[in-house]
Design a protein around this ligand. Structure first.
Ligand SMILES: *Cc1c(COP(=O)(O)O)cnc(C)c1O
Length: 406
């Protein structure tokens, strides 16, 4: 969407997100073309906007659900049970009972396996389930302690006992170690390690593995010096590795989960200039809903304020890297000014950017922030100080803007 159209929308909405359907569909096409033997699940926690989910489900993606509500989002969008996987730590008996008819449950612990067995017993049924594993390899190093899944050694040690539980049928394996990697070699090595593990797991199971969910990992460029993941190269090597194992894993469906790859770059955040002032020589632009509309730039300010490191390690989904967001002044101004962008909250922590040189902004203009499709609207503390929330707008492939009231 061009800046003129964004400026028109900014006249109506003091702060808003805009999600671009065509960009979502295009990212999905890239994945599908390059991973012809993989099925995809959309990690709904990244952006559960109804039109976003509908668009992605229409393209054939299943749902990676992290809560009961996300399972139901899949159901509402017509996603069949086999393509909704519910994986999260700490699922309660109630959570499991609410979702077991609508999703494939991925057990995250031995306690959860006990609960699932009990539930299946009560219902006098056999449940097909997956298990999340914490493997003996890391994404870029050795194994590490994790609150997610069951340690590989413990799982393999307990498997004979688990296989005797007649109400549970273990059909799948799930693993997710890293989000936001831009390194094709690491991503491919991760996929290869997982395939070897799947073979080993199938042998231990003694029956064909129905699915291997390889989690996420494929990142997007945030900073201006980041390079895009060569998805064609990754797709080629991973597809070759999967194909080579077709006879050894004859019934296995391979899944990749992704949130940000499909929507991260398909969203922008636009916020209006409410006030402007100079204090001790610094020109401050007061914007509408910063920390409480799109928190990630403010977190970046916090993290980089605490360290002198050039590249502080990432803490997804809150902090990616220094310079992860770019700011565009939506104005015709041809003069420039160095400013600090802050919000309208009663805290000084709502800083979006410091000492940034932009075209001169006046009250009533707006600022656009990119990379706002993922972990954006969902992460921001919108209840803080009871401000009006940003609205979420959706630009259809036909150029129509849908407001929340559609
Ligand atoms: C959040 C999450 C994802 C999605 O990660 P992205 O970086 O958005 O692709 C995938 N799998 C699991 C288990 C997750 O928790």
């Amino acid at each position: 969407m061009d800046n003129t159209a964004l400026r028109q929308l900014a006249q109506q909405h003091p702060s808003f997100y805009l999600y671009d359907q065509a960009a979502i569909v295009s990212a999905i096409a890239t994945l599908k073309t390059n991973f012809p033997t993989v099925d995809f699940l959309y990690s709904a926690k990244t952006n559960p906007h109804d039109k976003v989910v509908e668009t992605i489900a229409t393209q054939g993606f299943g749902i990676d659900a992290a809560s009961v509500a996300e399972v139901m989002l899949g159901v509402q969008n017509g996603v069949p049970k086999e393509k909704i996987q519910f994986s999260a730590p700490g699922k309660t008996m109630e959570n499991l009972a609410d979702t077991v008819d609508h999703a494939i449950i991925i057990a995250d612990s031995f306690h959860e396996l006990d609960q699932l067995h009990q539930l299946a017993q009560e219902r006098n049924t056999v449940l097909n389930i997956g298990i999340r594993i914490n493997p003996n390899f890391g994404f870029d190093g050795g194994a590490s302690c994790s609150k997610f899944g069951i340690d590989q050694d413990q799982l393999f040690a307990q498997l004979p006992t688990l296989l005797q539980q007649e109400h549970l049928n273990i059909v799948g394996l799930h693993c997710h170690l890293r989000s936001q990697s831009l390194d094709v070699d690491l991503l491919h090595q991760y996929h290869k390690n997982l395939l070897a593990l799947a073979l080993e797991f199938q042998t231990a199971l003694g029956h064909p593995l129905q699915f291997l969910n390889m989690g996420s990992g494929i990142g997007i460029p945030y900073g201006t010096t980041d390079t895009e993941v060569d998805v064609a190269a990754l797709g080629a090597v991973t597809t070759a590795a999967l194909t080579a194992l077709q006879s050894a894993l004859p019934q296995t469906k391979f899944y990749i989960e992704t949130g940000r790859y499909v929507v991260g770059k398909a969203g922008v955040y636009v916020t209006r200039v409410l006030d402007k002032k100079v204090s001790h020589g610094t020109t401050m632009i007061i914007l509408c809903n910063t920390l409480n509309g799109f928190i990630r730039p403010s977190i970046e300010q916090m993290v980089t304020g605490y360290t002198t490191q050039d590249s502080p390690h990432n803490s997804e989904p809150l902090f990616t890297s220094k310079g992860a967001f770019q700011f565009t002044a939506l104005t015709d101004s041809i003069t420039f000014e160095t400013v600090t962008l802050m919000g309208n909250l009663c805290t000084a922590m709502d800083v979006m950017a410091k000492n940034l040189t932009l075209p001169t902004l006046e009250i009533g203009d707006s600022v656009m922030v990119n990379n706002a499709g993922s972990y954006a609207a969902v992460l921001s503390p919108v209840q803080f100080s009871s401000q009006q929330k940003p609205v979420e707008l959706f630009l259809t492939s036909h150029g129509q803007i849908l407001t929340p009231f559609h």
